[in-house]
Design a protein around this ligand. Structure first.
Ligand SMILES: Cc1cc2nc3c(=O)[nH]c(=O)nc-3n(C[C@H](O)[C@H](O)[C@H](O)COP(=O)(O)O)c2cc1C
Length: 141
């Protein structure tokens, strides 16, 4: 009855955020590009993806569609790493099933790495969004 983090990344931002969340919440983070774990025993599932060309990453898109009914029965929080805040809402509406957006405790962007850069630190991270995410998860995560 714990929390599991699932994510997909290409440039590393989403996995760096998964590590931060896993340290804070004290739970495991799995890369959906490498493994697709059984979520049945978890009460809360946090799912993270990067966004490129307006699309979330395939391992996450596939997981959301294949496990939609199961996810709708759990506490789900979604975070994304993307560089262009103005396009975020549209990307979410296009990529995420509407009923999952509705039932999730939080759907947010943590910011992302500007394309084709390799920042030395996490200066791109929207720390306010991260704190709001923890708040939305509450103490049950
Ligand atoms: C080829 C490419 C396309 C991108 N397309 C978008 C986009 O459509 N919207 C956006 O907000 N950010 C876009 N970005 C920025 C990424 O979302 C950002 O680098 C983020 O950190 C990606 O997550 P990841 O580091 O976990 O792979 C793009 C970056 C690259 C390299």
């Amino acid at each position: 009855m714990g929390t599991l983090i699932l994510y997909a990344t290409k440039s590393g931002a989403t996995s760096e955020c998964a590590d931060l969340l896993a340290q804070k919440i004290k739970c495991v983070a799995d890369d959906l590009g490498k493994t697709v774990p059984d979520i049945s025993s978890f009460e809360t599932v946090i799912i993270g993806s990067g966004i490129r060309m307006g699309k979330i990453y395939k391992p996450v898109a596939n997981f959301l569609h294949q496990h939609l009914d199961e996810l709708l029965s759990k506490r789900v929080a979604l975070y994304f790493c993307n560089a262009y805040p103005d396009t975020f809402q549209k990307a979410i509406e296009k990529n995420i099933p509407a009923e999952l957006i509705q039932s999730a405790v939080c759907v947010t962007s943590f910011g992302g790495k500007p394309p084709f850069t390799n920042p030395a630190n996490m200066g791109w991270l929207n720390t306010q969004a991260l704190n709001d995410f923890y708040t939305a998860l509450g103490n049950d995560a």
